[in-house]
Design a protein around this ligand. Structure first.
Ligand SMILES: NC(=O)c1ccc[n+]([C@@H]2O[C@H](COP(=O)([O-])OP(=O)(O)OC[C@H]3O[C@@H](n4cnc5c(N)ncnc54)[C@H](O)[C@@H]3O)[C@@H](O)[C@H]2O)c1
Length: 411
């Protein structure tokens, strides 16, 4: 099922549980603005290359639109649209004053040199600069992008509008980035997992974890879970998959990845078929790479008792149904990976105030937001007698619907 169909389905289920008016339901689903641009750049060898860039601005009822920029070969309009919508519900679940947006460029960043990536980012920014802004739409990093990408976007945007650090988040610290932002999504995944396990009388320590994706989110989640005594028994990334039933030495793996640009070839583990990582024996599965990878083809084979959705929309609705029947508990993306956008919000606040928080304050505030959001989601589960995904969706959709109605959407 494609990402947009899957996301719309979850939204509609939530709208029904909330008893939303059908016109309001339709209006909440349609994006505020969809931007598609052609980005042509000279390659290092002098030839020209063209890439398609997207920015979908989904909703701004609760504040400026917010969401990442992804560089990946699979970036396409429908998925960006779905991800933008998810950001609207996610910022509402986290209860931060933002709407939702998402962007991306269909490219493989591993095939581009640093200077080609810089040119591509600058051209993309030139084409969208008049539609983003501190109080309009604030991009951030996502798959295939990072602090350097945000530094180029900030610089290019500032050529048109004057120095504007708050126009993007996830920046390098030297350019107004927040301490703790790099680790924030992974740390939020840790806090979310702790909140869920705590409810089941369990702790991170002693649980067996499998993590798909070892980039920003997966590697930080792995590091923090390892520090808390969790045993990570299998990990994969685009280069391959590895497994060690005694537990992978994560600090050693981090060094290996730094030197070798991937988990492949790590000596402290055996190699594993990347296709089978999701069905490896474990207590907790953390998808932290692509969307749609848990589907009706593999859902029945999944051994984990808990799935923590660090990636966006990793679970297809058909798989949701199968897993629910098996008693697998899924902590949904719009709550589980909201640590990144929450600390992005802290970064934006610091930029606007011209003030730098220390890392302890950032991490403590993040824990407060994640813990509160978990309680809010659970409350909606009780009110609507539903699972955690619908608890999170009803929470997010209800907050956006209320703001929309109060602002007067029918005029
Ligand atoms: N970065 C954030 O703050 C943030 C916030 C919320 C959600 N997310 C979501 O988390 C996920 C990961 O984002 P990230 O920022 O860590 O990206 P990243 O680019 O830093 O890392 C992505 C990882 O996924 C791996 N990967 C790519 N294709 C794969 C495949 N086919 N099989 C296995 N692994 C594969 C890459 O090798 C890499 O290890 C995405 O779904 C993203 O939307 C990220």
């Amino acid at each position: 099922m494609n990402a947009l169909v899957a996301t719309n389905r979850n939204f509609k289920l939530a709208a029904r549980l909330l008893g939303l008016d059908s016109k309001l339901e339709k209006s909440l689903l349609i994006p505020f603005r969809e931007i598609k641009v052609e980005c042509t750049i000279p390659k290092d060898d002098g030839t020209l290359a063209s890439f398609v860039g997207f920015r979908v601005q989904h909703d701004n009822a609760r504040g400026p639109m917010k969401g990442g920029i992804r560089y990946h070969p699979e970036v396409e309009h429908n998925e960006v649209n779905a991800l933008a919508q998810l950001m609207t519900w996610k910022t509402a679940v986290a209860n931060i004053p933002y709407g939702g947006a998402k962007g991306g460029i269909g490219c493989d960043p591993r095939d581009l040199s640093i200077s080609e990536l810089e040119r591509l980012t600058r051209v993309f920014t030139q084409k969208i600069h008049d539609l983003i802004g501190i109080h309009a739409d604030v991009p951030a990093p996502d798959m295939g992008t990072g602090p350097q990408t945000m530094a180029w976007m900030l610089d290019e945007y500032s050529k048109f509008h004057g120095y504007s650090p708050a126009v993007v988040t996830g920046k390098p610290i030297d350019l107004g980035g927040s301490l703790g932002r790099d680790a924030a999504t992974g740390r939020g995944v840790l806090f979310a997992t702790e909140a869920l396990l705590n409810e089941h009388g369990k702790a991170i320590s002693g649980q067996k974890f499998v993590i798909q994706g070892f980039g920003n989110v997966g590697s930080w989640a792995a590091r923090l879970i390892h520090e808390k005594g969790g045993k990570i028994v299998a990990v994969s990334d685009i280069t391959g998959a590895i497994k060690n039933s005694k537990g992978i030495d994560i600090p050693r793996l981090l060094n290996h990845v730094k030197e070798n640009k991937g988990v492949k070839g790590f000596e402290g583990a055996d190699s594993l078929d990347p296709e089978s990582i999701l069905v490896e024996d474990c207590d907790i599965l953390i998808p932290a790479a692509l969307g749609g990878i848990i589907n009706r083809e593999n859902a029945n084979e999944i051994k984990a008792k808990f799935i923590i959705e660090a990636a966006n929309h990793p679970t297809d609705p058909e798989a949701d149904e199968i897993l629910s029947k098996k008693g697998v508990i899924i902590l949904p993306d719009i709550y589980a990976n909201s640590g990144g956008v929450t600390v992005s919000y802290f970064e934006w606040v610091q930029n606007i105030q011209g003030f730098l928080w220390d890392e302890e304050k950032v991490n403590n505030e993040l824990k407060t937001y994640m813990t509160k959001a978990f309680k809010d989601v659970k409350k909606m589960c009780q009110v609507h007698n539903c699972d955690l995904r619908m608890g999170a969706f009803t929470l997010g959709v209800n907050r956006v619907a209320r703001a929309t109605v109060m602002r007067g959407w029918e005029a």
